[in-house]
Design a protein around this ligand. Structure first.
Ligand code: SPQ
Length: 740
């Protein structure tokens, strides 16, 4: 909706908020005439002199006469008196709104005056301000990119609400709606409590006899924490009295936490202190990223990032791709459930693994880091997890949700797991079904059994024998993890070998795991003992550079410390079968996982029929292997890979669509694809927010005839946070474009 045309706007109170509102109205040409009212004669004179208002009056009645918009911007305690005064002069169809920081008392004051509230009454609160006050402090851009919360009452006319919303939006604000009570609770915690603490700390220190010294030596911490103690005292006096109930409730919670912190210091309780500080740091970092709109979980994916990759280039040099995603997830899970402190190096700081990390922090586990891939996990033992404060958000990560399902099924408390739009479409019954057979109570959503997943706590699990209908490491791991708490033995048989990181890592934590052919057995009732984990570089991330170096003529690249677990090396086997030139050196074992350096030189690839036994061993690498197939001579045929259709996207269809866009003959089949190698054109690819699709088409540009643009590439941060940087260093001409 476009903002309503205001003939006359009246602003009561010409301080920071009122005068900024007037300036913004003027700058955006939203009102023909602006009147104002202020108690102080000098404010009125200044407001007229600098043109904030056309006319300023001492009596608000004179200001509001004939106005079609009235904005209350005086201290909230004055609301009732002002409304009583202007009641008779208000036009019946006027929009009446305000900028008060508390809403319950503003609405109560209006009810006391009007009885039934006028239809034009739309309470609001711009979350913008400054420690400066007064008419001169106002700025036309004060509300730009700030939030404004509207709290319509039942009597508010929807047209008036829409009009107020449109006005704020025209001033550049982002408008939200909330119930009055909710607004006051939220603000009590996020704004009023911090102001109270800042006022109180500064006052406490100022009254101490040594205050001069204290202020002389006060450093950045004091300055940062207490900046808001310079805010307008009268305004804050009114806010605390106006929002008394919610402020007292927030203060009660906070003083309880402060007492706990004091006691933790008194009893030298390092775990308690680290727990509070690491959780707080993570939350604050998350908030910083949200504000900057740059990274971390939800925030990153909401950004619209595109890749534009120029054609040509070759790859040279030595590089190490980030840590293995599957192993990183499992290091958090088992480290949290172990007894003692587990140290992890090489941890992947990608959004998927960070979602798992956050889940365990939410369940009370103290995790220090991550810092440059280093973590210290203070394990709580198999029975030490605490109920999370709300739903566990798994972001884009199937591994988090499916493996957590097994762990949560055995806990004493209820949980709900949610995910982003991509994860919300993925099947979860594949883990829910066997977990139910073990005695778990677990619910998926909708006919297709997708997230959210609800897990009821307090169930006793029983070991089962389970023949998996599909080759899935996530299903296997979920059942095995539940088996740690189950009575008796849990026996899982897989139709084809899948990644065995869970089994290897359980052993690393001292838990007995029997593997006989395709069957894995664990018995419940054991314990995990903390250990050290060195996460190898992720072969799934390395795969993009393996394919890239193979297809780009003149390339010679070495990838260091890559995990070459036999259940993951399908990409090496398939590329070699296509004629790829890959050599492994420096083979060694770190923490139960084999690693090697891999040198890749460009080669003339040829199309092949991919052996089905390689499919589970290369399951995540097919998007990049399809690019290799497009660059190969002849036909490549993939079968037995229907699982690709239920990944972050339908990877068969989405890759086929992208290849066709680039002029490559790619024919999807129900369980695979047929690709004829040939020239690659240029074009715009929809990645459907699938990280591996985005990275695959980025490397396709090495052989393209023109630039390739790839949409929705922000999710690359889920598995490979610095892909663009590393790709550029290796030789790709990749630019990241941020869209609004
Ligand atoms: O975690 P998520 O979203 O399922 O990630 C993917 C990926 O491409 O990064 C799958 F889309 O990897 C899975 C993999 O495909 C990770 C994984 C694991 O760590 O156990 C196992 C595989 O999934 P599945 O369904 O075959 O068990």
């Amino acid at each position: 909706m476009t903002a309503p045309r205001i003939r006359k706007a009246a602003i009561i109170g010409l301080g920071l908020i009122g005068s900024s509102f007037a300036r913004a109205l003027r700058e955006q040409k939203l009102a023909d005439e602006i009147t104002g009212s202020a108690r102080s004669a000098s404010t009125r004179a200044l407001a007229e002199e600098i043109g904030v208002v056309d006319r300023a009056f001492a009596d608000p009645v004179d200001a509001v006469r004939d106005a079609d918009l009235v904005f209350l911007a005086m201290p909230v305690q004055a609301t009732e008196a002002v409304l009583r005064a202007i009641q008779g002069a208000l036009r019946p169809d006027a929009i009446l709104t305000d900028g008060g920081s508390t809403k319950g008392n503003v609405v109560a004051a209006a009810r006391a005056v009007f009885g039934t509230l006028p239809a034009g009454f739309v309470p609001g609160h711009p979350i913008a301000g400054s420690e400066q006050s007064g008419v001169l402090a106002g700025r036309a851009d004060l509300f730009l990119r700030h939030k404004v919360i509207l709290t319509p009452v039942p009597e508010s006319d929807p047209a008036a609400v829409a009009g107020v919303r449109a006005l704020w939006e025209a001033m550049g604000a982002e408008v939200l709606e909330m119930a009055v009570e909710r607004h006051d609770e939220v603000l009590a915690r996020t704004s009023h409590l911090p102001h109270l603490l800042a006022f109180s700390l500064v006052d406490t220190l100022a009254r101490e006899s040594t205050n001069l010294d204290i202020f002389r030596y006060a450093a950045g911490g004091f300055r940062d924490f207490t900046r808001i103690a310079a805010s307008d005292p009268l305004m804050w006096h009114d806010i605390f009295l106006g929002n008394k109930e919610a402020v007292l409730a927030a203060l009660a919670v906070y003083t309880g936490e402060l007492d706990f912190l004091r006691d933790a210091i008194a009893r030298n309780d390092s775990d308690a202190l680290l727990g509070i500080f690491t959780r707080a740091k993570a939350a604050r970092d998350h908030f910083t990223h949200m504000l900057a709109g740059t990274a971390y979980a939800k925030a990153m994916k909401q950004k619209n990032i595109e890749y534009v990759v120029q054609p040509g280039g070759k790859l040279t040099g030595t590089l190490r791709v980030p840590g293995d995603k599957s192993i990183s997830h499992r290091s958090i899970m088992l480290g949290s459930l172990a007894e003692g402190v587990t140290e992890v190096t090489g941890f992947l700081e990608g959004e998927d693994a960070l979602a798992t990390l956050q889940a365990f922090r939410d369940m009370g586990v103290v995790i220090e880091g991550p810092q440059n891939g280093n973590l210290k996990i203070h394990g709580v033992g198999l029975n030490g997890l605490q109920p999370p404060p709300g739903a566990i958000y798994c972001g884009n990560s199937g591994t988090s949700m499916r493996l957590l399902s097994g762990i949560l099924a055995a806990q004493a408390f209820d949980t709900v797991m949610t995910g982003d739009p991509s994860l919300s479409k993925r099947p979860m019954e594949r883990v829910a079904k066997p977990l139910r057979q073990m005695g778990a109570e677990i619910q998926t959503t909708g006919e297709r059994g997708t997230p959210p997943v609800t897990v009821k706590g307090g169930k006793v699990l029983q070991g089962i024998r389970y023949d998996m209908p599909m080759a899935s490491a996530q299903v296997k791991s979920s059942i095995l993890l539940a088996g740690l708490w189950a009575r008796g033995e849990t026996v899982v048989t897989e139709p084809a070998p899948t990644r065995d990181h869970t089994e290897r890592m359980l052993r690393g934590f001292g838990y007995e795991v029997k593997v006989e052919g395709a069957t894995v057995t664990v018995a419940g009732g054991g314990k995990l003992t903390a250990t050290r984990i060195d996460v190898p570089a992720d072969i799934s991330s390395a795969a993009f550079f393996m394919v890239a170096a193979s297809i780009a003529e003149g390339s010679d690249i070495t990838l260091q410390h890559v995990g070459i677990n036999p259940t993951r090396i399908g990409v090496i086997n398939i590329l070699r079968a296509m004629g790829g030139d890959l050599t492994l050196s420096n083979e060694r074992e770190v923490g139960g996982e084999p690693v090697a350096d891999i040198r890749i030189r460009s080669a003339r690839l040829k199309g092949i029929r991919i052996p089905e036994d390689q499919v589970p061993l290369a399951i995540d690498e097919f998007p990049s292997l399809f690019i290799a197939a497009a660059c190969a001579e002849g036909e490549t045929v993939l079968t037995g890979a229907e699982e690709l259709r239920v990944k972050e996207s339908d990877r068969i269809q989405v890759m086929a669509d992208g290849l066709l866009t680039l002029g490559v003959d790619a024919r999807p089949t129900p369980d695979g694809i047929v690709i004829q190698g040939g020239p690659i054109g240029s074009g715009r690819i929809a990645s459907h927010g699938d990280h591996r699709i985005a990275m695959s088409f980025a490397i396709a540009a090495l052989r393209a005839s023109g630039p390739i643009e790839i949409g929705e590439a922000a999710t690359v941060a889920t598995s490979f946070p610095d892909f663009p940087g590393l790709a550029r260093r290796a030789g790709l001409a990749l630019a990241v474009v941020e869209k609004d």
